[in-house]
Ligand binder design. Structure first.
Ligand code: NOJ
Length: 733
């Protein structure tokens, strides 16, 4: 009878038997935490330690060796930096992990997808100039899809290091000089990569980097010491990270820098007390490349073993590439310097991310042919939209732009006109020059045969060869207007790409000044990865467009701005100093102790920057009404509404971003002169008016933090700034 019951249950509900045999961690129906704990309870120490390691794969791309490399990888490895984009090869490696390791733990495949993978879109510094976080979310979503289709589940992005020294090459990778902008765009990017859920088919894990303060590297030199007061840490450098953690980022990368004496890599306060205990981050921290071993050079570890110990104790879970965890953690456990419970805690964080990504349930990726993976029509349109909104019209004297329809000949001069590779910017190593639309191609499409385009390169990006100057001048003379395209090579920004001056190489400046002899209006187009020193050029040209490094689709938007088909709407996410000597210079500085007259100013150059943060012109005129506040007095727990109506009083449709700043003129600690707290971008037709509203929440927008991160709102007078208006109100207890 009993047998009969069992048999009929088996026939009717076979899954009951399968389930009872499936380990909990393999059962997709079980909650993540249960699966993590179950798997952890089955792992031995070696298997755990391997989860804490990341190897690189793909340096050797000789097809004859690929199989061998796969063979040499431990099947139990936690993560790989995958330097290929071949999904088939990736699946082959994953199959090894799933089938040849004892427990079948999938590998987490990572790489640097920084501003797009194959469909490269503008560098982050430019993206922030769009003041359009939704576009950035969509671009990151697209990059996530290209990543998954290349076998990648985790990107080392976004970079949200507030950077105020444009000599530092990595300024191109962040969202500018302001903490709020880095927070907003960091969150926008996390949302794009991670989607609604990490387990969605085209979601990847994001990684906030570099935690924290890397942008403060002394003198803008990369990898240098950073001296950051606790006040500055909490006020300027940590807020973007806090926002990203609250938005649910899966991982964080610790930075290379040595923060006021304690390297980020071994900083228990930052990696554990702040990130995990205070903010509740439940993903994991990965080191930067070679950063654990670097603790030796930073003078806080005597050897690799001590470096491993210090990093691990601080709360760093994954060792990128150094293999110091692989070599020493077991020994440190047997010596009882590290407890098994700590190892378990670290491993569980990594497993949690893998489970959330759905890697255990769907370890393999689709294997589509290349042409179905990348550069889809809608992706290029998106890259072009983002490039368009990122470009900033810096100067437009006598409304020389848009170019008049009476123009018959345009001279296109300069090293960037036909350049395809440098428009990609730094960290675009999957981008290909042949995918890039050059300025010249964009102009041809835009102007067709209506206008004659004459090209002369004039000079290279750098060097001393002036032999092309004469032809360039003749070309300029024959034209109605001269568009001079200057800029930077992509390797002049990004990692390990610091420059002592932010001026363009003198050959490029010379070319532009030489072209003045043609006596024609000059439009200067710039493509670069940092703010530039334009002191010697600005007064010589009628108009300047900052096109940044736009990626694959910059030619058409730029040409659209020149023709007037596109009304520029970008605003600067970073100050353009007048000269390198003004650095550091950023809008939210503190007031001088002697703010009268020219006290403390430079004797030899002006103290004001050439273009301030937020600067950006349009082809239309936006008129701001008198701004209003819903009250002149609020309590600390009340909200206040600030409103302004903007009217498009010009002749073309346009997009206007309203920036709302606040300041607290008298406080227990000195406060920045202005702080951006909110912005909104809206499109306005000719004659249309729209209301822009900022809801001020005192704790969020008016508070300051002390040196431990505690927030306070003080009663007293506050100021809201919008356009050129200044409104005051009072906060009472
Ligand atoms: C070093 C860089 O600092 C970091 O940003 C990058 O993600 C890693 N290398 C991996 O390539």
């Amino acid at each position: 009878m009993r047998r009969l019951v069992i048999l009929s249950v088996w026939v009717l509900f076979p899954w009951l038997f399968v389930c009872s045999q499936t380990p909990v961690y393999k059962d997709a129906g079980q909650p993540v935490e249960k699966r993590v704990n179950d798997l952890l309870s089955r792992m031995n120490l070696r298997e755990k330690v391997l989860q804490l390691n990341q190897y690189t794969f793909g340096e050797n791309d000789n097809p004859n060796n690929i199989g061998k490399e796969v063979e040499n990888l431990p099947a139990e490895i936690g993560s790989l930096i995958y330097l290929s984009i071949d999904p088939q090869l990736r699946n082959e490696i994953q199959r090894k992990a799933m089938e040849e390791s004892r427990l079948g733990i999938p590998i987490l495949f990572a790489t640097d997808v920084i501003h797009g993978l194959r469909t490269v879109y503008p560098i982050s510094l430019a993206q922030a100039c769009s003041f359009n976080p939704d576009l950035v979310t969509r671009a990151c979503r697209m990059a996530a899809k290209e990543s998954v289709l290349s076998g990648i589940n985790w990107t080392f992005s976004p970079m949200i290091d507030v950077a105020r020294d444009p000599r530092w090459g990595r300024i191109s990778e962040c969202y500018g000089e302001d903490p709020y902008l880095n927070a907003v765009f960091g969150v926008a990017s996390v949302k794009g990569y991670q989607g609604e859920k990490l387990s969605d088919p085209y979601s990847i894990a994001a990684c906030l980097k570099h935690y924290v303060g890397y942008g403060v590297s002394e003198g803008g030199r990369d990898y240098r010491y950073t001296d950051i007061s606790p006040q500055a840490l909490w006020e300027t450098y940590l807020p973007p990270y806090e926002a990203g953690v609250k938005a649910g980022v899966a991982t964080v990368m610790s930075s290379f820098n040595d923060i006021s004496g304690i390297p980020a890599t071994s900083n228990h306060y930052l990696l554990t007390e702040v990130l995990k205990d205070k903010w509740g981050h439940d993903g994991f921290v990965v080191s930067d490349w070679n950063a654990i071993e670097q603790l030796i050079y930073q003078g806080v570890a005597k050897d690799r073993k001590e470096a491993a110990y210090k990093a691990f104790q601080a709360g760093l879970e994954m060792d990128m590439r150094d293999n110091v965890y692989g070599e020493y953690l077991e020994e440190l456990v047997s010596e009882e310097k590290i407890q098994m419970a700590q190892i378990d805690e670290a491993v569980s964080r990594i497993l949690r991310v893998k489970f959330r990504l759905g890697l255990f349930d769907k370890p393999y990726v689709e294997e589509l042919p290349e042409k179905e993976r990348y550069l889809q029509k809608e992706d290029i349109t998106l890259a072009s939209d983002l490039a368009e909104e990122s470009m900033v019209l810096l100067k437009n004297e006598n409304s020389v732009l848009p170019l008049s329809s009476s123009i018959k000949r345009i001279a296109l001069i300069g090293p960037m006109v036909k350049d395809s590779s440098n428009l990609l910017g730094a960290w675009a190593f999957r981008g290909r020059a042949e995918d890039v639309e050059t300025i010249y191609e964009g102009m041809q499409k835009e102007f067709g045969d209506k206008v004659q385009l004459d090209y002369a390169q004039g000079c290279a990006l750098d060097g001393e060869d002036e032999s092309g100057f004469f032809t360039a001048l003749e070309t300029a003379k024959a034209s109605d207007v001269v568009v001079v395209c200057l800029g930077e090579a992509k390797q002049w920004s990004g990692e390990n790409a610091s420059r002592s001056t932010i001026a363009l190489p003198s050959i490029q400046e010379k070319l532009l000044l030489y072209l003045k002899q043609a006596n024609k209006p000059i439009v200067l187009v710039l493509s670069n990865g940092r703010p530039l020193e334009l002191m010697r050029l600005e007064s010589q040209v009628e108009a300047i467009i900052e096109m940044w490094q736009p990626g694959v689709a910059g030619g058409t938007p730029l040409a659209g701005i020149l023709s007037g088909r596109v009304n520029p709407s970008g605003k600067l996410s970073v100050t353009f100093p007048l000269s390198t000597g003004q650095i550091p210079i950023y809008y939210n500085m503190r007031q001088s102790a002697r703010p009268f007259g020219a006290m403390g100013d430079y004797q030899d150059i002006p103290t004001e920057p050439l273009y301030p943060f937020g600067h950006g012109l349009s082809y239309t005129t936006f008129v701001y009404s008198d701004a209003k506040l819903s009250s002149s007095k609020i309590k600390k727990d009340q909200k206040l509404i600030a409103e302004v109506t903007v009217t498009n009083a010009g002749k073309v449709e346009g997009k206007e971003t309203v920036l709302w700043f606040v300041s607290d003129p008298v406080c227990s600690i000195s406060r920045p002169m202005k702080e951006l707290k909110y912005f909104e971008k809206q499109s306005l037709k000719v004659g249309e008016s729209k209301v822009y509203r900022f809801e001020i929440d005192p704790m969020r927008d008016l508070s300051y933090t002390d040196a431990t991160g505690k927030r306070f709102v003080e009663a007293g007078e506050f100021v809201v700034w919008v356009g050129n208006q200044k409104l005051t109100f009072e906060v009472v207890d």
